[in-house]
Design a protein around this ligand. Structure first.
Ligand SMILES: [Zn+2]
Length: 118
């Protein structure tokens, strides 16, 4: 599953290659990557009035989430495909809480998995 997530993320045509996996009772529900696409529900308006034209990997799977689900977020380096920092940003965290995600795991600077309590 991580292999599939990596393939998708590395081919997203963006500078950063992130993937998010939504799990329910250990089963994979959805794999998402960061893209240019927007989702009407997840637009982000910045203080200067501009609206974000991209979607974080977390956001692309959250609309399939149910309370109690687990979210795994990983970032891949283009050079050697190893993990990099993928801690969800505050904006995503708001939605993660709103959707009732109970466990979040992400890859850190050392390429290791870290857990966080939403
Ligand atoms: Zn985010």
């Amino acid at each position: 599953m991580y292999y599939k997530a990596r393939e998708k993320a590395l081919n997203n045509g963006r500078v950063y290659h992130l993937a998010a996996i939504l799990r329910r009772k250990g089963r994979v529900i959805r794999v998402g990557i960061n893209t240019h696409k927007t989702h009407p529900r997840f637009t982000r308006t910045y203080p200067d009035g501009s609206i974000a034209s991209h979607m974080h990997a977390e956001m692309s799977v959250l609309r399939f989430a149910q309370p109690g689900d687990t979210l795994e977020v990983m970032r891949f380096k283009k050079c050697d495909h190893t993990y990099a920092m993928a801690k969800p940003c505050e904006h995503c965290m708001r939605f993660i809480r709103e959707f009732g995600i109970s466990h979040v795991r992400y890859t850190n600077y050392n390429g290791e998995w870290e857990a966080l309590q939403p």
